[in-house]
Design a protein around this ligand. Structure first.
Ligand code: NAD
Length: 512
């Protein structure tokens, strides 16, 4: 079947019904959703108003007051059931991710796998929300840290990971004793409806098994920026985890600090790889190809800047050019396709404008042209490889499309400086078999990013590590390691079990 004749509206309906979503939720509304695969409509969702959003937050706040009293391992049981639902729904939900975002099949399924993985992680975490016991300077005293639930956690997510980002936040937030309110991207709300239905299924099972869970523990708000802004400004939302462009973070960050709310900002990246003289070139080629062309260049961790040592430049770059020219582009639902469509026309136009800027700055562009396949409203492109004379112009910005800027380097210290000389700081990598280069790259004077890898590309992180970046990437951390601490309130407790009242620092204050 050609792309032009694909009926994705019918398939979407079938998938949503299988996933437990009532057809009334995605028909007859005002928010039009198109599949980037065909460019044609697959849903018309009813949107929430600002008043609906305010009400939902009040309800979520009531849910929090109950949920925080449920013991953490019991909260973990709900997340375990959610993981089970996701396992059972993986084929359908993964397919829906592909239909709504245009990801190739393994990436759509991979996104759901990531949700399952974070649920497993959070279940274990529900028995490990540890605080410290701290040595005190006073006799017959004990000092300790307690971690308490925080409140309503607001989650704002981007189109390119339409469901995984919710789960990174929600699985942790729920075991930490919080309720959540989620505003997904207006470009990808259908997968959000499906995830909400799966959550509700897990919740029903939890209650049927005797678990105590309030209504409105996890709420979904469908809408655009105005609905997101209600979450950002609401005094009953102590933490916002917002994933999206740096422009969004610039709008959201100051509003949150204005009311002293916490922020986990996961913003744009401009990720690089340094290819050193001793790099294994076969491995490098695969690592670079996946990181730069995978997900059609629409990952926050996509490889966008490539620094190649002059001694291997002429060996590696022609091989890369060949890979760029031959990579299979097309219907992401078909086996063998590696590059699917861009999300929409605006993304295509931004790509073209970055390429024309690159040409003006002396860049030599191959690829970047539209791939015509009969779907007039869909935007398929050949990934672009741009040989740049230096790191200027569009190389310093994130263009959310498959463009890889390639630059030659001579000196390792100079390339480290160049690597760090952009405003973003999400992910990075080095390909080398020289231990000194590898260790320097991950050391204090190496990469300044939140993620620094050796002999693999910058994209495709696992959930076990804390995920996020520095500088204009926003500084937030979510997912694994101790990222859970951002979802809890820390209290330091000092307990006097003696009969005297020694004061700290030797202060005397004796009253009769
Ligand atoms: P976007 O900034 O256009 O939108 C992201 C979300 O923010 C959407 O839900 C949108 O409705 C909401 N939003 C926008 N302005 C808002 C405001 N003023 N107040 C409240 N909500 C607001 O981003 P996008 O195009 O969906 O996603 C692509 C971008 O996201 C890229 O820059 C990419 O690098 C970034 N991203 C970052 C990460 C990360 O973890 N660092 C992960 C995925 C995507």
């Amino acid at each position: 079947m050609t792309i032009a004749t694909l009926d994705l509206a019918a398939e979407t309906q079938k998938l949503l019904s299988e996933l437990g979503v009532d057809a009334a939720r995605y028909t007859g509304g005002s928010l039009r959703v198109a599949s980037p695969i065909t460019g044609r409509e697959i849903g018309l969702l009813k949107e929430h108003s600002v008043a609906d959003a305010k009400k939902a937050i009040d309800e979520a706040h009531k849910a929090f007051a109950e949920w925080r009293a449920v013991p953490a391992p019991k909260r973990g049981e709900l997340v375990r059931l959610l993981g089970e639902e996701l396992r059972a729904a993986k084929p359908a939900l993964g397919r829906l991710v592909s239909v709504e975002v245009g990801k190739i099949t393994s990436e759509g399924l991979g996104e759901v796998q990531e949700m399952i993985d974070i649920c497993d992680f959070a279940v274990g975490l529900s028995r490990q929300l540890y605080g410290l016991t701290i040595a005190t300077e006073r006799s017959e005293h004990r000092m300790m840290e307690s971690w308490h639930p925080l409140g309503v956690v607001g989650i704002i997510s981007a189109f390119n990971f339409p469901v995984a980002v919710w789960s990174w936040n929600a699985a942790l937030a729920l075991v930490c004793g919080n309720s959540t309110v989620w505003k997904p991207s207006e470009k990808t709300p259908l997968t959000a409806l499906a995830v909400q239905a799966l959550f509700e299924k897990a919740l029903k099972r939890f209650v049927a098994e005797g678990g105590q869970a309030p209504a409105n523990l996890s709420t979904l708000l469908i809408g655009g920026r105005d609905v997101g802004e209600v979450l950002v400004d609401h005094p009953k939302v102590p933490l916002i985890s917002a994933t999206g462009s740096t422009a969004m973070g610039r709008a959201v960050g100051p509003r949150l600090s204005q009311r002293f709310a916490r922020a986990i900002l996961e913003l744009g990246g401009n990720n690089a790889a340094i290819i050193c003289p001793t790099a294994d070139l076969d491995l490098t080629l695969r690592g670079v190809a996946f990181s730069s062309m995978g997900t059609a260049g629409q990952r926050c961790t996509t490889l966008r800047r490539l620094f190649v040592h002059e001694s291997i430049y002429d060996k590696l770059v022609p091989r890369l050019q060949k890979a760029y020219q031959s990579v299979p582009i097309g219907n992401p639902l078909e086996n063998g396709t590696l590059v699917g469509p861009l999300i929409d026309k605006a993304a295509f136009e931004k790509m073209q404008s970055a390429l024309s800027e690159a040409r003006s700055a002396g860049g030599k562009v191959t690829g970047g042209e539209r791939v015509e396949n009969g779907a007039a409203e869909a935007f398929y492109v050949r990934p672009a490889l741009v040989l740049m004379p230096s790191q200027t112009g569009p190389v310093e910005h994130e263009t959310f499309a498959p463009i890889l800027y390639v630059m030659k380097y001579t000196d390792f210290d100079d390339v480290l400086d160049l690597h760090n000389a952009v405003p973003q700081g999400l992910s990075s990598s080095i390909f080398t078999n020289d231990m000194r280069e590898a260790e320097t790259f991950v050391s204090a004077r190496g990469s300044d990013c939140g993620i620094a890898n050796v002999n693999l590309g910058p994209s495709g992180a696992e959930i076990g590590g804390a995920f996020g970046g520095e500088k204009e990437t926003g500084g937030g951390r979510e997912s694994g390691s101790d990222a859970w601490k951002a979802y809890m309130r820390r209290a330091t407790n000092t307990i006097n079990y003696g009969k005297t009242l020694p004061l700290a620092q030797g202060v005397k204050f004796d009253v009769e």
